[in-house]
Design a protein around this ligand. Sequence first.
Ligand SMILES: [Fe+2]
Length: 191
Amino acid sequence: MSDSMERFIGEVREVVRAGGTEEEVTAKVAERLKGVLGDPGLLTVDQLLVKAGGFTLNRIHVEPGDSFSIGAGIWDVGQCTPVHDHGTWGVIGIFQGSEKEESFHREGPRAMEGRVRITPSGSRLATAGDVFICCTTDQDVHRVSCASGEPVVGIHVYGGDLAKIPRLRYDPETGEVTPFKTGWDYAKVSG
Ligand SMILES: [Fe+2]
């Protein structure tokens, strides 16, 4: 773990312990993340490992009690996620490359089965150094893709252990939801 990542984990811990609304917490986490993104040594070699054929989400830290988690998300050139949600708040900072994020508005409450109505609500391009709030629990549906000629590497901070939160994929045409769970990659580096 790099010194700057250790420091960042401590800062997120303080922010989460202080509490507040999700909007307040994500704004503070985003501010702290912006402060460390410029360090070229932020991620270790292990944390930058990419698994073959798929999205890599390397576990960096899961807070005891699961109040937050931090991972390194690496999407290869040309990769695009399905439309999905998170079931919690999230902040993403781009460490390398660039990423396109398309957001969707979900009408009504989160339903764990059946169909819901989702409509596109905007998109943005984020490049190295950019930090954005990817989600709050009530509006957390998006699709992200690598938008650079090199893999995009992002620091992802979530308001729980992402691997334990039931999540949903959405069919953008029909609104049909499909439950899934995220697994952390390379958990050995979490130390
Ligand atoms: Fe996401």
